[in-house]
Design a protein around this ligand. Structure first.
Ligand code: PEP
Ligand code: MN
Length: 355
């Protein structure tokens, strides 16, 4: 099904990259919302995000203040003129959010994964002209993501966008949610006119990953960023580790290099996106290899073995050199790569042995 889309046309917002939406994971108290919003506004942020209804993986976490938080958001709008964005998961949320004058709705990752819930949301949006951003489902399924967009578009909502927030995975990893960039890239290939936002906060799960993830999203040509920002991140009631202060956010945004897509041909841009995505996979694989190497380091320590097992080292270099040649990569290049990887494994194992 082809989507019938219109530009997001957010009032007062220039459509220049990146369109930034920022604010706390959750609206905790009136004071926290107001302080954060004032600081964001002072840093030039024009769209506030704040979770009013919070889907938590387990009961017992902070599930949001619900409708009680809506007047706080209204106060932000009155005082700062910022546009308001919040997550909706049920028709009741939609009704209350619309009544409160929320400007942008988003559908959370857990909701997108459930076609029944998405259809109910879509039905409740019939005849309503409001921008809706659909987060990717928690599982890496581009069809499910597109399906959710189709359901909402089918209800007549034409101002749609998508948010890439990464995908759950069982493996221990650098990221809270694996970026799997090839999935938003595929979404962009299938629906090129759909604006894509990146949510580095939920992908990274850690403050220090926000800047590089924002840069990667910009380098892939994404339209916007949705970033969690809190006036006092360490005491946040949800997602404390991934929130940054409005000042830090501003610093991160100022450092971004926004490359103009139009200076290169379409083909080369596509190919470069593929290269970036492959490089990301390579880094993830390297990190995984290092984790295993560290586990081996632990074993060597417990069994009083030396770090360098030269027979094993020669075996790796010989085997990978030959394999590289079969794939058209020069044995010299393979040697350089595997020597560097091995050197770093040894360095990490030494660290383990000496702690
Ligand atoms: C959020 O944006 O705070 C949130 C709950 O995100 P997600 O649906 O991506 O997990
Ligand atoms: Mn959050």
């Amino acid at each position: 099904m082809d989507l019938e889309l219109q530009p997001l046309a957010l009032p007062g917002i220039e459509p220049t990259r990146p369109i930034v939406i920022a604010g706390p994971c959750s609206a905790e108290t009136e004071e926290q919302v107001m302080t954060t919003a004032r600081q964001l506004a002072a840093n030039g942020i024009k769209i506030l995000r704040a979770g009013v209804w919070k889907p938590r993986t387990k009961p017992g976490g902070f599930e949001g203040n619900g409708w009680k938080a809506l007047p706080w958001l209204q106060k932000v709008k009155e005082e700062t003129g910022m546009l308001l964005a919040t997550e909706v998961a049920t028709p009741q949320h939609v009704e209350m959010a619309l009544e409160a004058g929320i400007d942008i709705l988003w559908v959370g990752a857990r909701t997108t994964a459930n076609p029944f819930a998405v259809q109910e949301l879509a039905d409740s949006l019939k005849g309503v002209d409001i921008p809706v951003l659909v987060k990717n489902p928690v599982n890496p399924d581009v069809e499910l993501w597109i399906g959710a967009l189709e359901r909402i578009n089918g209800a007549g909502v034409k101002r749609l966008g998508a948010i890439h927030r990464g995908f759950s995975s069982y493996d221990r990893k650098i990221y809270r949610n694996l970026p799997m960039w090839q999935i938003p890239i595929e979404l962009n290939r299938r629906i090129p006119q759909l604006p894509l936002f990146c949510d580095p906060s939920h992908i990274g799960g850690r403050r220090d990953l926000i800047a590089p993830l924002c840069q990667q999203a910009m380098d892939l040509g994404m339209e916007g960023l949705i970033i969690e920002s809190h006036c006092d991140p360490d005491s946040a009631w949800s997602d404390a580790k991934q929130q940054v202060t409005p000042d830090i956010l501003s610093y991160i945004l100022n450092l971004l290099v926004i490359r103009d897509e139009s200076v290169t041909t379409e083909n080369i841009t596509e190919l470069r996106k593929q290269i970036d995505s492959i490089d990301n996979d390579l880094i993830e694989l390297l990190a995984k290899r290092m984790r295993v190497a560290r586990e081996i380091g632990q074993y060597k320590k417990e069994h009083k073995m030396t770090v360098l097992q030269s027979k094993r080292y020669s075996e790796i270099i010989d085997k990978r050199g030959a394999q590289g040649a079969l794939c058209g990569i020069s044995p010299d290049c393979m040697n350089t790569i595997f020597e560097a990887i091995h050197e770093e494994s040894v360095r990490q194992q030494m660290e383990i042995l000496n702690t």
